[in-house]
Write a protein of this length. Structure first.
Length: 476
């Protein structure tokens, strides 16, 4: 199949979180399966060099606020072609993809991602120009959602369209005055269109006008149809439930492979599990922790209330009365960052905190921690728990969304520790159960081996997406 993915991130080019891993992992699996896949992203600073991209076509001035070009290259480390929208006035920024160096979202984000969607729609219908025309346009999250919306409003022959919700909380809501600027007719700003509680909502536009909708786990697909989990869009999602599919994300098992991971001290596998201790010692040295056999709890996360970091902070004063070390890698809410730094100062050699993101260090945390904590209030899918099991770090997770779909409690024959209440005490109890079992090293090793035998590759998800694409194209 000819598939055009439209996204704001892809690992190897630009990454702020799991979305990038999903885009690169899924497109790699589809490409390897024989699909003709292209990925369209903004040309943020450095992306053209990383993609080894060259100018493909001039795009004119698609939305009337500056010329743009199409660059063509590849996602690094893969054979997947990447197209980059080169518009320096919108993308050549010192900050990140969405937020400036001052910590605030760019004031013109509606223009930046309207252009991404508009170019996606242009490429979807520009067969004579490019010599290639997709059968499906797959938009990821709100930043890409105007691609399917634009195609629907243009009318005429078009490819099938799919919008994937990676996190419903982030919807791309703007003042309705932006509607003429983003290239949609004013009629699109309506309750049955892109209007949401007085705002123009990019994501709602994608959900209304796409042929099919997917999200990243079966449980999350159910949760977002409820008032509690639907972030204000539950009514629309219930209305479109026949078009909504929950497809569990996979992970790139070649990039996340402890047996030949260049980022870790001592590669290991199920037959060489004793080498894991070398990685624990290396992680302790790197984060200034005491070299000890005490259980080491890892956290690799965006630091936010959604991720339950406040629950962990509430549980740790009691937990640190026991022999326990903690390794945290992440960034986000300034208050949570400050509290974590204070905790590390209060417990030197027992709590190590790295504020920021370091891809290599994330691998080393998975390889060296004994358990990984993911106490999210809600979690569309989550990749952390899959990486953890792949590396023999047993997951401690709240039973929600994709965490519920991937982690089964040890009491039910699984290899993880789950809790349900959004409460520091419930999280603390789950970690205490893990600490109690850690004392039985033979039992712990059996659970590690059980975890490492789990498979979370992309093949099953790619097959499910092929079914959704077929349904989307049949409905055009």
């Amino acid at each position: 199949m000819r598939i055009l993915h439209v996204a704001s991130e892809a690992t190897g080019l630009v990454k702020t979180g799991g979305l990038a891993d999903v885009v690169t992992g899924l497109t790699r699996a589809q490409h390897d399966a024989g699909d003709d896949v292209r990925v369209l992203l903004p040309a943020y600073p450095g992306c053209a060099q990383r993609a080894d991209a060259t100018v493909s076509h001039a795009l004119g001035d698609p939305l009337g606020f500056g010329p743009a070009r199409l660059l063509e290259g590849r996602i690094p480390g893969t054979s997947t072609p990447a197209w980059l929208v080169d518009a320096p006035s919108l993308y050549a920024r010192d900050g990140g993809p969405y937020v400036g160096s001052d910590g605030h979202p760019y004031a013109d984000n509606h223009l930046r991602f309207a252009l991404l969607g508009r170019v996606g729609a242009i490429l979807a219908t520009a067969g004579p120009l490019l010599g290639w025309e997709p059968e499906v346009v797959h938009a990821h999250d709100w930043q890409a959602a105007l691609a399917p919306a634009t195609l629907r409003w243009w009318g005429g022959a078009r490819p099938g369209t799919v919008t994937t919700i990676h996190n419903l909380r982030f919807q791309g809501r703007f003042d309705p005055a932006v509607v003429p600027e983003v290239g949609l007719p004013v009629e699109a700003y309506a309750v049955e269109g892109a209007e949401a509680y007085g705002s123009f909502c990019f994501l709602k536009a994608g959900l209304v006008y796409s042929d099919r909708i997917t999200t990243v786990s079966p449980t999350y697909a159910e949760e977002i149809q409820s008032e509690l989990g639907g972030e204000g869009l539950h009514g629309l999602l219930r209305h479109r439930k026949d078009a909504l599919h929950g497809i569990l994300n996979g992970i790139d098992e070649s990039a996340w492979n402890p047996s030949d991971d260049p980022a870790i001290e001592a590669p290991f596998d199920a037959q060489r599990l004793t080498r894991r201790a070398t990685n624990k010692r290396a992680l302790q040295r790197e984060l200034g922790l005491e070299p000890t056999d005490a259980p080491l709890l890892g956290v690799v996360s965006r630091l936010s209330d959604q991720k339950g970091i406040d629950l962990l902070l509430g549980a740790l004063p009691r937990l640190l009365q026991a022999p326990l070390q903690v390794a945290v890698l992440g960034s986000g809410d300034p208050g949570l960052e400050s509290t974590l730094r204070d905790l590390a100062r209060a417990h030197p050699r027992r709590v190590g905190v790295f504020i920021g993101y370091d891809e290599g260090l994330s691998h080393r945390v998975f390889a060296g921690a004994d358990m990984m904590c993911v106490p999210s209030r809600f979690e569309p899918c989550g990749l952390t728990q899959m990486y953890a099991m792949r590396y023999g770090a047993l997951p401690v997770v709240r039973f929600t969304g994709g965490l519920a779909d991937t982690v089964r409690d040890v009491s039910a024959g699984g290899c993880g520790f789950t809790f349900e209440d959004i409460d520091a005490g419930a999280l603390g109890h789950a970690i205490e159960r893990a600490l109690h079992l850690y004392a039985d090293r033979d039992a712990w090793t059996r659970l590690q081996l059980q975890a490492m035998r789990r498979s979370f590759g992309w093949d099953d998800a790619a097959k499910r997406y092929a079914e959704v694409y077929a349904a989307a194209t049949a409905s055009t």
